[in-house]
Design a protein around this ligand. Structure first.
Ligand code: ADP
Ligand code: MG
Length: 603
């Protein structure tokens, strides 16, 4: 092929690929434009996961009639004049690429009226071409409607994920912006249903409560920290909420960071958050966190990434330390409150009120010294187990259900001292009469199983509401299977409701699965159910419970800290049937002192 310059529309589509990766990226750009326009209300509507329609309406300043057509031109922006402005950029946008990129790969229309003008403008575009422009009456603000995204880029279209996945992406995006901009009233409607709304009270706690639900919100700790940059004396603020150690997840996806109002992805800062839980969380578990960082603009370079999802810090270490310290402080303060330490139960209203009032009172200064000591000890590489400060009760490997409210069960095993871990699979422990080799996964399954049965009997809360209400689309056969077993599924903690033909909404999952993808779990359970029940087998309910426990248990291959192992053993010691897992396989091998003595010819 000979060399030739690409036609404009192809160039535009290629450029669009950088900014508009999926429906959620369109929503993000449009929300950012609305926020930049000073909107106090942002309304997002999507159909079919944004593939069919995305509409974002705001009550911001609007676009002037004579600038409307310009707004969809590449590199047209009102937010930046010279490169020097970038150093002190206050807006989310500045590249002038979003509208033009979205226009290039969709059928778009814009209705906008600038607050100082009497008439509005209505623009219709298709793949960058303006099909129509006319004056209209409209309220001050802007409505951008994007239809048939990627209609002219089939390759992109093919790579889109399932509709439910795209929907989830969008709702998680909108809820995140709502948390970061609590003053702005957000509303999200998906396929004709209101999926989320915030009230714009200005309180981040109000939004988090709506996003997570009250139960989970009660498991969040307020973070509020400030650091000073030594050379310049400027301050770095770290605000937000982070989960109590027992409320955690297997991945980092629920750690959300906003830097100066900009949602960013930053592996190192995400690590700083997890790292702040050192010894409070099992390896491989991560908290649920939303942090808003306030950083002097000159400390941040925002022009690193086309979607502006990454930033560069002048001194990453300062920011890392500020984040880690603020979160650590919040977690330690929580852990040292005896009232809360003994209660991993959903908090009663009283303790909650007590707790909230403490949140608002800021950080207790009498704790400061202690905090700093803990901080020192927990700096990487400096950690040793003797320095543990007695937080044993809160080591609760990956389990949310607990029996702290139930009477302490009688011992079924002697007190076992953990010696170490073998092959990231087995725990070596010592008892009064010999050595035990414990299968960590099987043992944890047993513990969870008994806790689950126990909680169910006590009618304790066994459902954890999901972060976002999710829908699951099923085949007719699977849908039937759910219908048939709906009561059983509810009895074990799934909160599911029919939602149209072969579609269900999942509002909650068994609490111990709080950190897993509810859709995935339900699909697995369905698979399990679909295989049918052989005569003489355990009941369907029991099968689901066993499956849930298996899913929630520590996996073989997971490296555990000494404390985590000790916590595991302590719970196993009081299981009714500590010797077998719910599937009936052994949880441990015992080598008695006698046996050892014989083997070594000492007897
Ligand atoms: P950028 O946000 O980087 O400037 P965009 O392509 O997203 O680039 O938008 C181009 C311009 O159109 C913006 O600079 C702004 O002046 C105007 N604009 C876009 N959306 C809105 C909106 N919702 N309200 C007011 N003005 C808008
Ligand atoms: Mg923009």
């Amino acid at each position: 092929m000979s060399i030739h310059v690409l036609p404009d529309d192809v160039i535009a589509q290629i450029a669009a690929g950088e900014v508009v990766e999926r429906p959620a990226s369109v929503v993000k750009e449009l929300i950012e434009n609305a926020l930049d326009a000073g909107a106090s209300a942002v309304d997002v509507m999507t159909e079919k996961g944004g593939r069919q329609t995305i509409r974002v309406a705001d009550n911001g300043t609007g676009i002037k009639a004579d600038e409307a057509a310009l707004s969809i031109t590449r590199h047209a922006t009102s937010k930046l004049h010279s490169i020097d402005d970038l150093i002190n950029i206050q807006t989310l946008g500045f590249r002038g690429e979003a509208l033009s990129s979205i226009a290039a790969v969709s059928k778009m229309s814009i209705t906008t009226r600038h607050q100082d003008e009497a008439a509005g403008t209505f623009l219709v575009l298709e793949g960058s071409r303006i099909l129509k422009q006319q004056a209209v009456g409209a309220p001050s603000g802007t409505v951008v409607t994007v239809e048939h995204l990627f209609f002219n880029t089939p390759a992109r279209l093919k790579f889109l994920k399932k509709e439910t996945t795209e929907k989830r992406q969008i709702s998680s995006l909108v809820t995140r912006y709502a948390m970061a901009y609590p003053r702005v009233r957000f509303r999200l409607e998906q396929d004709g249903r209101e999926a989320f709304s915030s009230i714009g009270s200005g309180q981040i706690s109000d939004v988090i409560m709506r996003v997570l639900g009250l139960d989970k919100f009660r498991q969040m700790i307020e973070v509020s920290g400030e650091d000073t940059i030594r050379e310049t004396g400027q301050r770095i603020g770290v605000y937000g909420f982070t989960s109590m150690p027992d409320y955690n997840r297997a991945d980092r996806s629920q750690i959300t960071l906003f830097v100066n109002g900009r949602w960013i992805q930053d592996t190192s800062l995400t690590y700083a958050v997890t790292q702040a839980y050192h010894t409070f969380l099992m390896t491989g578990r991560h908290p649920v966190t939303i942090l808003l960082l306030d950083i002097p603009p000159e400390e941040v370079d925002v022009n690193v990434h086309p979607t502006k999802a990454e930033v560069r810090f002048r001194d990453p270490n300062i920011i890392f330390a500020a984040v880690q310290r603020a979160v650590r402080r919040a977690v330690i303060e929580y852990a040292e409150t005896p009232l809360l330490r003994s209660s991993r139960q959903p908090l009663t209203t009283d303790t909650f009120d007590d707790h909230t009032s403490r949140w608002h009172s800021g950080i207790d200064s009498h704790n400061a010294e202690q905090l700093d000591i803990a901080w020192e000890l927990d700096s990487p590489g400096n950690y040793s187990h003797q320095h543990q400060t007695g937080h044993d009760e809160i080591y609760n490997p990956g389990m949310i259900l607990d029996s702290s409210n139930a009477p302490l069960k009688p011992r079924t095993l002697p007190a076992l001292r953990v010696v170490g871990q073998v092959g990231a699979m087995y725990i070596v422990a010592e008892g009064p009469v010999g050595m035990y080799l414990v299968d960590q996964h099987a043992a944890h399954e047993r513990i969870l199983y008994e806790q689950f049965m126990d909680a169910q009997q006590r009618k304790a809360h066994i459902t954890q509401h999901t972060l976002e209400v999710q829908t699951i689309d099923l085949s007719p056969a699977e849908a039937n299977l759910i219908e048939e077993n709906l009561t059983t599924l509810r009895a074990v903690g799934f909160e599911i409701e029919p939602f149209g033909v072969n579609t269900f909404v999942i509002r909650g999952v068994p609490a111990m699965l709080a950190n897993t993808d509810p859709v995935e779990v339900l699909e697995e359970v369905l698979d399990d159910l679909a295989t049918g029940q052989a005569p003489g087998q355990t009941s369907i309910e029991e099968r689901i419970i066993i499956h849930v426990c298996k899913r929630a248990a520590v996996k073989a291959g997971q490296i555990l800290s000494l404390d985590e192992m000790q916590a595991l053993m302590r719970q196993l010691e009081r299981c009714e049937s500590p010797h077998t897992c719910p599937h009936g396989r052994p949880t441990m091998l015992h080598l008695s002192s006698d046996h050892l003595a014989r083997e070594f010819g000492r007897k």
